[in-house]
Design a binder for this molecule. Structure first.
Ligand SMILES: Nc1nc2c(c(=O)[nH]1)N[C@H]1C(S)=C(S)[C@@H](COP(=O)(O)OP(=O)(O)OC[C@H]3O[C@@H](n4cnc5c(=O)[nH]c(N)nc54)[C@H](O)[C@@H]3O)O[C@H]1N2
Ligand SMILES: Nc1nc2c(c(=O)[nH]1)N[C@H]1C(S)=C(S)[C@@H](COP(=O)(O)OP(=O)(O)OC[C@H]3O[C@@H](n4cnc5c(=O)[nH]c(N)nc54)[C@H](O)[C@@H]3O)O[C@H]1N2
Ligand code: SF4
Ligand SMILES: [Mo]
Length: 700
């Protein structure tokens, strides 16, 4: 299909329509190519691009409704200025000029004292490389603002993978269709990786065995042949016991191990400390089930693991990813294109990050400048911290200004009682670029209306496949909305940033993302371009680690004073570890929301109903809880009320609080993150959303 073709689409009416090629912007491994049908400047519908093999013409339910979101009656259509107390959600319209002049003046005044008192806060509301960290990064680099460590999703697993395989690299997703054994590990693929699930189903039809490893009996788990419902945060113990069985039964590829791995003897010794019974006790699953998993893994080829981020949101998430990433090398699974492992493919893209983000601009303000880094997971604590005295080493100034874009931290960051208190500070100046008046926008001093994917240009890589996608604007901005890039360009001008790079338009930024390493004309023509990569990347070794091998033992970790081998690192708050808070709570995403996006789209919210807590019948009975009852879920960090659902989806001892609702659309103005903690993972400084103990009781 050409990039824009004008045809008479009789399904709509006889007026001409255009079809504009785009890409789904959401934080989802599928990165679908879509086609928007436009008539008289209005987007009528968004459909999967049938020419893009990964999308195969199919979008998920959420994004099929994208026009409903774009033309939502509550969309913010003009700049808004706070008119009530902080957090009241009361605003009045202002002109763009008035808003931007005032924001620039406020930021300039703070920057004159110390630009590190200004913090950008952003994540993956859009995954577009241009509308996320291009002009925005240039702006904050030039300003010398504090750096944000963007850790809220994937850094523990990413670091574990990098230490073991050398990067975010792995199998091509389409070859899962040819596997004979697929282990779906910490992923609810039907909800969060639908297009992978289609390949898994194809494999199943060809006789493959599907095993799901997940504390929750998810939509995916119930459709697999086997479900291993382990306790949260015990995946490394499980993987080590699998290794134990591979070793004692000699289900190993000795040739592959000898040629393409490092640290085998040490790993062998470690794994031999993990007899199945020990792991069974920690994981809370039958020993026989672990043995069977090992036998299947050790005796089936081709065999593949679809690892996903659900298993790394616990203290030992990095080590767990390391342990699991060792399994394919032990059995030589990498020899086949349908064998190995996929967690993320994003490390395979030849992106020119420096060209987009221009870290060299840091030195424009001050040669050699290196601002402090704040971890987005700990925004609650950081907003409540006083500054350290000038000249003292360490922390630095109090955070005086926040510029939030592509994120909804008041809903999605852990320990949200503290996050709300921080955002409610009257002396904090907060600017939020948004489509909607989210929980975060409620706490803004200014809300600036941003365009959606239908209204701006962008370029995308993917963390679930290896195609680059181009998104072209299908319609003009709705209301007075502006692309993030334009907002930062406008602010840069007002701040007096004269560098020519602040004049780059979005097309120039899209072209800069990959330079001549990706065929831009092809992107313009068909909307996607496939990277030229080998089908079986590690069949002959060649891992992108320092040694070029799969590093069972990581010298880099050992040099940093950490364990060079993967190990089981127990949760901060393991299931059953406290008599007062005996239950473990996980909070994976609801199928019809994308993190906190779409919660305000009524047709999708209607499918999800209300915030629920799934609880096992035994745990419910012990507390006098029945389905439909309103319950209090609480721990020392806070309390959250929602409906209980007595459900076989929950295993004993573990409750599932599906996320991520907008606080203000929940039962009492809170959501699950009222309960989660700001602790960090063993590797990657990530969040531990699923490492959280609670008690549950009927609500009075
Ligand atoms: N529909 C939908 N799709 C999404 C999202 C969404 O919100 N909604 N979010 C997107 C984003 S940002 C991301 S990062 C991905 C996340 O998608 P996934 O990587 O699949 O991660 P989660 O959905 O967090 O968790 C997946 C599964 O892991 C299980 N799990 C929880 N704790 C553990 C554990 O300790 N061990 C194991 N083995 N499993 C555990 C959960 O019960 C859940 O079923 O999905 C993306 N896609
Ligand atoms: N309890 C619990 N908490 C979690 C998780 C969990 O599983 N459990 N998951 C975590 C994970 S994996 C992630 S990735 C984070 C996600 O956290 P976020 O990245 O904050 O994701 P969203 O909640 O989807 O919020 C994105 C916001 O960006 C806005 N947006 C989208 N596109 C644009 C744009 O072009 N311009 C501007 N200005 N705004 C835009 C959307 O309207 C939306 O409000 O949440 C984390 N929080
Ligand atoms: S959210 Fe995921 S599955 Fe849905 S359209 Fe976007 S990329 Fe595809
Ligand atoms: Mo995420």
């Amino acid at each position: 299909m050409p990039a824009t073709d004008t045809t008479a689409d009789t399904a709509v009416d006889s007026r001409p329509t255009q079809h504009v090629l785009g890409a789904c912007p959401h934080d989802c491994p599928d990165t679908c190519a879509f086609v928007t049908t436009v008539q008289d400047g209005v987007a009528l519908k968004v459909q999967g691009n049938p020419d893009h093999p990964h999308t195969d013409g199919v979008l998920c339910t959420k994004v099929s409704r994208y026009t409903e979101r774009t033309y939502h009656p509550e969309r913010i259509l003009q700049p808004l200025k706070r008119s009530g107390p902080k957090g009241s959600g009361r605003f009045e319209p202002v002109s763009w000029d008035a808003a931007l002049d005032d924001i620039a003046a406020r930021l300039r005044a703070i920057a004159q004292r110390d630009p590190q008192a200004i913090l950008p806060y952003s994540y993956a509301g859009t995954m577009g490389l241009v509308q996320s960290e291009s002009m925005a990064a240039r702006f904050f680099n030039r300003l010398g603002a504090s750096w944000l460590d963007r850790t809220i999703c994937a850094t523990a697993g990413g670091e574990g993978l990098t230490q073991t395989l050398g990067g975010k690299v792995g199998m091509k997703v389409q070859f899962f269709a040819e596997s004979q054994l697929i282990v779906i590990w910490g992923s609810n693929s039907i909800a969060s990786n639908l297009h992978f699930w289609r390949h898994a189903q194809a494999a199943k039809r060809n006789g493959a065995r599907l095993v799901c490893i997940d504390p929750r009996r998810s939509e995916t788990a119930e459709k697999c042949h086997e479900h291993i419902a382990l306790r949260p945060g015990t995946d490394a113990a499980l993987a080590l016991a699998v290794m134990h069985e591979l070793i004692t039964h000699d289900w190993l590829d000795h040739d592959y191990i000898a040629r393409h791995t490092v640290g085998w003897e040490a790993l062998r010794e470690r794994a031999l400390q993990w007899p199945v019974a020990r792991a069974a006790d920690i994981c809370g699953v039958p020993a026989q089930q672990i043995h069977e998993l090992a036998r299947a893994w050790g005796t089936t080829q081709p065999a593949a693991i679809r690892l996903n981020y659900g298993m790394q949101r616990v203290r030992g998430g990095g080590n767990a990813a390391r342990a699991i990433a060792c399994l394919p090398a032990l059995t030589g699974a990498w020899r086949h294109r349908a064998g190995g492992l996929l967690l993320s493919s994003s490390g395979q893209f030849p992106m020119d990050k420096a060209a987009l983000q221009r870290p060299d601009l840091l030195a424009t303000g001050l040669p050699g400048r290196r601002p402090r880094t704040l971890n987005m997971v700990q925004i609650g604590d950081d907003l409540l911290r006083e500054g350290s005295p000038p000249g003292a080493p360490g922390w630095g100034p109090k955070v005086e200004a926040l510029v939030v874009y592509n994120s909804n931290p008041v809903a999605v960051a852990p320990d949200s009682g503290k996050v709300v208190r921080g955002f409610s500070r009257e002396d904090l100046f907060t600017v939020v670029l948004e489509h909607f008046q989210t929980d975060t926008a409620d706490h803004a001093d200014y809300i600036l209306p941003a365009t959606t994917q239908l209204e701006h240009q962008d370029i995308h890589l993917s963390y679930g496949h290896t195609d680059v996608l181009l998104n072209r604007p299908a319609i003009a901005p709705v209301g007075q909305a502006r692309p993030n890039t334009q907002i930062f360009r406008d602010l840069a001008r007002r701040m007096g940033f004269a560098e020519p790079c602040f004049a780059d338009d979005d097309d120039a930024l899209c072209r800069a993302a990959f330079g001549d390493r990706v065929d831009y004309d092809l992107l313009l023509r068909q909307g996607f371009a496939t990277l030229d990569l080998p089908d079986a990347p590690f069949a002959q070794g060649g891992f992108p680690t320092p040694s070029g091998k799969c590093e069972f033992f990581s010298q880099r970790l050992a040099d940093a004073g950490l364990d060079g081998l993967p190990d089981h690192v127990p949760n901060y708050e393991p299931a059953g570890s406290s008599a007062t808070y005996p239950l473990a709570m996980i909070s994976p995403p609801a199928r019809n929301f994308l993190n906190s996006t779409f919660v305000n789209v009524k047709s999708l919210r209607d499918i999800e109903g209300e915030p629920v807590l799934e609880i096992h019948a035994d745990d419910a009975a012990a507390r006098g809880i029945t389905s439909g009852m309103v319950v209090r879920v609480f721990n020392p960090r806070g309390e959250y009320r929602c409906k209980a659902e007595v459900s076989p989806r929950a295993r004993p001892g573990v409750v599932n609080g599906l996320g991520i609702w907008w606080r203000k659309l929940g039962l009492d103005g809170t959501n699950v993150n009222q309960l989660t903690s700001q602790q960090l993972t063993d590797l990657g400084r990530g969040p531990v959303f699923y490492d959280c103990r609670v008690q549950v009781a009927p609500s009075a």
